[in-house]
Design a protein around this ligand. Structure first.
Ligand SMILES: [Zn+2]
Length: 425
């Protein structure tokens, strides 16, 4: 009974929110500080108010709804996700987590859960970074990581800065620092999100409990050889950049598979020059993206990559450069919150599995300083960041019920540790 009602409310919210897109009929395009973002925020505010929450929009364009507890000074429990989307994205990424957070507030009231502390539902602005090439703008601002100078520095492809876009949207970028929450005021953070990958759907598992957000290292590798005639240069007298690159690239997937712990390694970009069918390649450039829940495994693959480039250079007579583009350490989520969620799954009879998240999410930003946890909902065929992105409303409802169980346990739990109640900060 409960699930049916919850499912209907989430479906209604998400269908209404899907209207706020710049590309009707071609998926969701809801970039920050646009009229589509404004439409979504106004709808979220209305739903939060109807759920009995105290609503406000902060200086960064984040929207919050508070269900006040007896002690307003006590660190709150926050749950939320982002309301922006990529270009021609889906109707679930981010926004489904906002709908779930509002739904949790409704359930807490309906269950009559006594609240010592406040529960806060949040809709974050600009997680994707699609427009300004940033990422985690709203959640970052909440943590005090943005200032006026940074707002002026980042610009979209039309040359409009975050600063200008905010003014146009009706926010005062000079007040961006006011979006910061006092350290220690958020006790813990929960994010429900669609998986955006194929694992849960393929296994028929109802929910994923995210225990880790994987670390990432990215490299751009340039292998240098010599351009020669493809017909007249004997095999033992050429310095073939493609041969060198090929040896390394073909080894990479095997290194990742050896770990059998979900470690992945990808070459998603390759470019050969001069790029002629009858010319030995002078230079080959390719990208390497390595992700794992284990930082040691990432380091080891990066080390083997370097060794293999070294060996290929010696064998073929060329040279190489390996430039690191990104380095993020894995983030391990709150074991204490995970344990509560696991128990709640068993009590409810929901099938679940622990899993890492291969993508970032607001939790990657927030979880650095605040005990956090994520719950994943299956994505149909693993598709995301495209118009066919789909998750079953009933699965989202289960994520919301589970999150409400978790919040109830933390609100009422005597056994909850100081770390969860007070945050790390
Ligand atoms: Zn997202």
């Amino acid at each position: 009974m409960e699930i049916k009602k919850v499912t209907e409310r989430i479906q209604n919210d998400l269908e209404e929110l899907a209207r706020f897109t710049a590309t009707p009929g071609s998926g969701c395009t809801r970039l920050p500080f646009t009229k589509e973002a404004r439409g979504a925020v106004e709808y979220i505010k209305k739903e939060m108010a109807e759920a009995g929450l105290l609503v406000w929009e902060d200086a960064a364009g984040n929207v919050f709804g508070i269900l006040e507890g007896e002690n307003r000074e006590a660190p709150c429990i926050m749950m939320g996700s982002h309301y922006d989307s990529v270009i021609n994205g889906g109707n679930f990424d981010g926004i489904a987590g906002v709908a779930c957070a509002i739904e949790v507030a409704r359930q807490l009231r309906e269950r009559g859960v006594p609240r010592k502390r406040s529960f806060v539902a949040a809709g974050f602005c600009d997680e994707e970074g699609t427009r300004f090439g940033t990422g985690f703008f709203g959640s970052g601002a909440m943590l005090g990581k943005w200032d006026v100078e940074a707002c002026q520095r980042f610009k979209d492809t039309a040359g409009i800065s975050v600063y200008e876009a905010m003014e146009e949207y009706g926010l005062d970028p000079k007040r961006i620092k006011e979006a910061e929450w006092r350290p220690g005021s958020i006790g813990c953070f929960i994010e429900a999100h669609v998986e955006q990958g194929p694992v849960l759907a393929a296994k028929g598992t109802e929910l994923g409990l995210v225990d880790c957000i994987v670390g990432i290292q990215r490299y751009m590798v340039t292998v240098k050889g010599r351009a020669d005639h493809a017909g007249t240069t004997p095999m033992d007298m050429r310095i073939d950049a493609m041969e060198m690159a090929g040896r390394v690239i073909s080894s990479l997937p095997g290194w990742a598979r050896e770990y059998e712990d979900g470690t992945v390694a990808t070459v998603g970009y390759i470019h050969a020059s001069p790029g002629g069918i009858n010319i030995v390649a002078k230079e080959v450039q390719f990208s390497v993206d390595i992700r794992s829940r284990s930082n040691r495994h990432i380091d080891e693959i990066a080390g083997r990559l370097k060794e293999a480039l070294e060996a290929a250079s010696v064998a073929c007579g060329g040279s190489y450069e390996m430039e690191q583009k990104l380095k993020i350490r894995p983030l391990h989520l709150s074991e204490e919150l995970l344990a509560v969620m696991e128990r709640a799954c068993m009590d409810r009879g929901y099938s679940y599995q622990r899993m890492p998240s291969g993508a970032g999410h607001d939790t990657l930003e927030i979880g650095q300083t605040i005990p956090s946890v994520m719950v994943f909902v299956p994505s149909k065929d693993g598709r995301s960041h495209c118009p066919v992105e789909w998750s079953a409303y009933e699965d989202l409802a289960k994520a919301a019920v589970l999150s409400a169980d978790l919040v109830e346990a933390v609100l009422c739990g005597q056994k909850t540790s100081r770390a969860i109640l007070c945050g790390y900060g």
